[in-house]
Design a binder for this molecule. Sequence first.
Ligand code: NPQ
Ligand code: MG
Length: 369
Amino acid sequence: MKIERIDLHHLSMPLVAPFETSFGRTTDRECLLITVFSEGLQGYGECVADRDPGYSYETTGTAWHVLKDFICPAILGQELVDAEDFQRRVEKVRGHYLAKAGLEMALWDLRGKREERSLKQLLGGVKTRVEVGVSVGLQATPSALVRTVQEYLQKGYGRIKIKIKPGRDVGEARAVREAFPKIKLQVDANSAYTLESARGLLPLDELELLLIEQPLSEDDLWDHHKLQKEFHTPLCLDESILSPRHARAAIEMDACRVINIKAGRVAGLSQALAIHDLCLVEGVPVWCGGMLETGVGRASNLALASLPGFTLPSDISASDRYYALDITKERFTLNPDSTIDVPNLPGLGVNVDLKALEKFSLANTRLAA
Ligand code: NPQ
Ligand code: MG
């Protein structure tokens, strides 16, 4: 497919409620929407970078710069075959995986529309509905947390993840476990601990958690290996796994026993697929992480999570968990069995609402060959 034009949209979308993690509190989610034009078709991709470098060093500002000045120029006017072809052409751009992944998603959407096949079909997905859970941000007190968890359980979410940070960990997890002895429960620290301070988390081992996500620094596989030896509960890596190579190293050194796959974090769906395939062979369970995506990224996550190795519930919520108004005409809803349907129309299977897109746009630019 000939890449004729690429539009970048810098968006800011109000969240239905603030979301707080160990790295900060967000009330409006920024992201980039990327439109790729080719032979009468348009493909959409979402770059999951945020305004601040809290989850990742990348921001909407750096992704805008690197897309406009390096990634897009490498493919504009070119004839592209597929995602692997794209990855080869941007190989010399070091890092900036969130930026690369946003563009790669748009190429998959284009390819699906060209071939009249859904992203699920292109990736080799096997499920029509995927099991999901909700990620609950830090709340003011343990009892407020229990009330919030209760609301999500009533809405039908069958798996709860709570965010933790030093001083707000064992007490919160214990309160939720005591209130709901049987639910599927897991915690996410977003790298807030050191090997020493993480020893304070040892009581979590009694709470029958599905996993403990990313307790230590993103660049610290070795200390995760040391920490895993002290826990029966599986450690799960998110921020640490940026490539199939990282996944292989983490598995070989037993730095984790579960991997959270986010296409955005690993430079694209092609790389997410490679990590999935590796984990399937190695018998390491995976699930799809979430980045407060719009309907565009949500559709991509659902297709990815329909692959056979995604055996744990994914952080893919219904649209109304994050946004009262979304940029897709489609809204995703939760089925009573805590699943969400995987789109099956060509490409991502969603239609962008151009009015909503305009409403949320902070800046737009058009890049042509
Ligand atoms: C995680 N997400 O699994 C991430 C982290 C995260 C759903 O828990 C703005 C932009 C706010 C990106 C908050 C969930 C964010 C963000 C949290 C990513 O670690
Ligand atoms: Mg995480």
